[in-house]
Design a protein around this ligand. Structure first.
Ligand code: ASP
Length: 339
């Protein structure tokens, strides 16, 4: 008989384990563990064995910072050798950021790390939490996908390709520019040809220091002065959310501010505001002007992947040229060059 698989569950906070309070749902220590202990299906012999680690400081994920990504990465690294797979229970609001960040922090990952959460807490009668929890534990034990993933309902998505698309539907996430990694139905189909290759080296944690990064979303009416203020100060990098295939106003004073920022060594990454599709700065004169100013292409990266990749690259000991080159390369399946 094959040995029962083992899964490490990190509970960081989020709706999935919240209790009802006077001012709405909030995380309460011990509450999720007590709910799970009453949940008989989790004791079924066909389920992997699990250990639940509840974090001391349970967070609504709106309060998460890059420091919290490091806490999760360090926790998983400490426990890496002892388990077949990992589930990270996390608030859905910033889950796509954390999953993207972990995909860069954990290099040569050889086991599944599955982020999941829910729109309604586990204790409620009608909830998405039960399905997400069971499917995540099963997949973490068995699927062998060597990636940071995000599970929502019947879809296992690549973490750094996922984004939250609904504040209320149970199907809260999508992966607009990459196929799902596994689909859960009557049968669970694991799409091996879509996964990253199994690493040859042992997993290592490549952490973050404290880079200064900004997210700048263009809008009709943004003035050169506003842009200048947004890109001023000790900033080292920015994600520029542009229109369509990567276009921005080609007003010379606007472009001069971008050029000056790039000349100061800022890494400015062009990501489209569109949910689906890719940046192609050669498509229009307005996009070409951005490339001439020194802005680099984020291709089809989600804004979450671009921002967390920027944090991560700025934390490594790299020249600005190398950061710009790596930013435009596929490192963890986060982008399709020339897509
Ligand atoms: N505000 C919650 C959080 O992100 C929402 C959720 O978990 O769905 O922590």
């Amino acid at each position: 008989m094959s040995q029962r698989k083992s899964v490490y569950i990190a509970y960081t906070g989020g709706t999935i384990g919240m209790a009802a309070g006077d001012r709405g749902y909030l995380p309460r220590p011990g509450f999720l563990g007590a709910q799970m202990a009453r949940f008989s299906v989790l004791k079924d012999a066909r389920m992997p064995r699990y250990d639940l680690h509840e974090y001391d400081n349970l967070l609504d994920s709106s309060n998460m910072t890059p420091r919290d990504w490091m806490v999760i990465a360090e926790d998983l690294t400490r426990n890496y050798d002892r388990y077949d797979g990992f589930v990270v229970l996390h608030g859905t609001d910033t889950m796509a950021y954390s999953a993207s960040a972990l995909s860069f922090l954990l290099r040569d990952l050889g086991k599944p790390v599955i982020f999941t959460g829910s729109q309604v807490p586990l204790f409620e009668l009608r909830t998405d939490a039960r399905e997400n929890l069971i499917n995540s534990i099963l997949l973490a034990g068995d699927c062998g996908v060597p990636e940071v993933c995000l599970l929502v309902r019947h879809r296992l998505l690549r973490g750094n390709r996922s984004t939250k698309v609904s504040a209320s539907r149970f199907m809260a996430f999508d992966s607009p520019n990459y196929h799902e990694l596994a689909s859960v139905g009557v049968e669970t189909v694991v799409h091996r040809e879509r996964h990253l290759r199994h690493p040859e080296n042992p997993m290592t944690l490549h952490g973050l220091n404290d880079p200064q990064v900004a997210d700048v979303r263009l809008f009709p009416g943004i003035t050169p002065k506003i842009l200048e203020q947004l890109l001023s100060g000790p900033l080292q990098g920015a994600v520029l959310h542009t229109y369509g295939v990567g276009n921005a106003p080609d007003d010379p004073s606007f472009l001069r501010i971008l050029r000056d920022a790039c000349d100061r060594g800022l890494v400015i990454v062009n990501c489209t505001q569109c949910l689906e599709g890719s940046v192609d700065m050669s498509g229009y004169a307005t996009g070409n002007a951005l490339a001439d100013a020194g802005v680099i292409s984020g291709w089809d990266m989600t804004p979450e992947a671009a921002l967390t990749k920027l944090y991560w690259l700025l934390s490594q000991d790299l020249s600005v040229e190398d950061m710009r080159r790596l930013m435009q390369q596929d490192l963890r399946g986060e982008l399709t060059v020339g897509s």
